[in-house]
Design a protein. Structure first.
Length: 172
């Protein structure tokens, strides 16, 4: 909680609860998910309070706002250098640790960072991350539905077969 004070943020019950809930959650929750979890213990807290607090925490460097999957922004309490793995099917996001020796530094005076990040004219790099996309273990274990190729015939519905059998036949 000292981190809030050090960054000039007041220690309100709402901020403390949001920070605690986020800090213990590796799932990269949305503001809505945090709001729904905290609502029973803080019934007077609004969604705007949760969203604005998360925005303030991200601005203060206490969490990161992620837009790596479709939908609402997700919030990551892990401020160490890391990458993400995203499941294409269920949207699960997991952190991928980076060995300290390979973690990119984005400090402007760091010559290693300059060589690790391609030069972009007129652009200052703030951070570097990789996103690995695929299937999580749960989704990979589920039986996949095989898609038909365009050359495969589709089965006709029963109703369509009856209509065709009652229709007068054309002579060749």
């Amino acid at each position: 909680m000292e981190a809030l004070r050090e960054r000039g943020l007041k220690l309100t019950p709402q901020r403390i609860a949001i920070l605690r809930e986020l800090a213990g959650d590796p799932t990269h929750p949305t503001a809505q998910e945090l709001f729904e979890r905290l609502k029973p213990s803080l019934p007077t807290m609004s969604f705007a309070t949760v969203y604005n607090t998360l925005d303030a925490l991200a601005s203060a460097g206490l969490c990161a706002s992620l837009s790596i999957a479709p939908g609402a922004a997700r919030f990551d309490p892990n401020m160490e250098a890391h990458h993400h793995a995203v499941c294409d099917r269920c949207g699960l996001i997991r952190d991928i640790a980076i060995a300290p020796s390979t973690a990119p530094s984005t400090a402007p005076s760091d010559p290693e960072a300059a060589s690790a990040v391609p030069a972009v004219p007129g652009f200052t790099v703030r951070s570097v991350e990789k996103i690995f996309r695929g299937l999580c273990a749960d989704c990979a274990a589920k039986k996949t539905v095989r898609r038909r190729t365009s050359s495969e015939k589709r089965p006709r519905p029963a109703a369509a077969e009856q209509v065709e059998s009652n229709a007068p036949r054309r002579r060749p």
